[in-house]
Ligand binder design. Structure first.
Ligand code: FPP
Length: 238
């Protein structure tokens, strides 16, 4: 039995599958788009909580490689929401010390969204309070496919391939692996998010819909994380 009662550290990196915006809208008699707007606002609110609590890395699943299958209206609304975020939030990001990055395959995004991403990443690159990463047109399998393809075109030899090299070819090469993965809205799936990087992450699932995920919820997730006995495949001495 683990009798260690000393407080364990918070996770350094939390990845979030922010699910339930549509159901939140339905529950409150709103349009789906309004649910997404509430979801985007909550990314900002939860980011502030990360800064307050000293958790330096937050990575959110904003748009998956599968989300293109949604209606044209919904896809264009989500794209517009991301554009608006990247246009309006630069001053706030600089004031709060937030470094913003984007992972995923940008080549399918519109030219103006790609330019906004480059400019936000460049202008916030020295910020240190929070590393906020948006996964946009992101799929874990697609990320691994792109990494393998690049390794081959770089002429990497079979005996040079080790785990560190693979990690260095992923979109997340300059981020630590997540310690905790949170998914809201009662679904208990990974949905192609950070497949390589979550090898040893703890999982936390809550029934709360993403726009309802607040400080009390985050505290519960953190308390649950602190109770876990992380072994990374090894065995702790009793
Ligand atoms: C899941 O809810 C949410 C998404 C697929 C997209 C979330 C994206 C944003 C909120 C925008 C990105 C954030 C910023 C800050 C620009 P769902 O639609 O699957 O919900 P449902 O399962 O209840 O229908």
């Amino acid at each position: 039995m683990n009798t260690n009662t000393e407080t364990k550290p918070y996770p350094r990196h939390i990845a979030i599958i922010l699910d339930g915006n549509g159901r939140f809208a339905k529950k409150h008699g709103l349009l789906r788009q309004q649910g997404h707007k509430a979801g985007a606002d909550n990314v900002e609110a939860v980011g502030d909580l990360f800064i307050e609590k000293g958790i330096p890395y937050m990575t959110v699943y904003a748009f998956s490689t599968e989300n293109w299958k949604r209606s044209e209206d919904e896809v264009s609304y989500l794209m517009a929401l991301m554009k608006r975020y990247l246009t309006k939030n630069k001053v706030d990001a600089l004031r709060k010390g937030i470094r913003i990055r984007v992972i995923g395959d940008r080549s399918r995004l519109s030219r103006d969204l790609q330019e906004l991403i480059v400019s936000m990443e460049e202008d916030t690159k020295d910020m240190k309070n929070l590393n906020l990463t948006f996964a946009i047109n992101y799929g874990g399998r697609d990320e691994i496919r792109r990494a393998v393809s690049k390794m081959i075109s770089d002429g990497v030899k079979a005996d040079q391939v080790d785990e560190a090299l693979i990690s260095s070819y992923l979109d997340t090469s300059d981020l630590p692996d997540p310690d905790l993965l949170i998914r809201t809205s009662g679904e208990e799936r990974i949905s192609n998010f950070l497949l390589w990087q979550i090898a040893y992450a703890e999982m936390y699932f809550t029934d709360k819909l993403w726009p309802e995920f607040d400080e009390a919820e985050l505290d519960q997730a953190l308390a649950s994380f602190q109770k876990r006995d992380r072994r990374f495949g090894g065995r702790k001495e009793e």
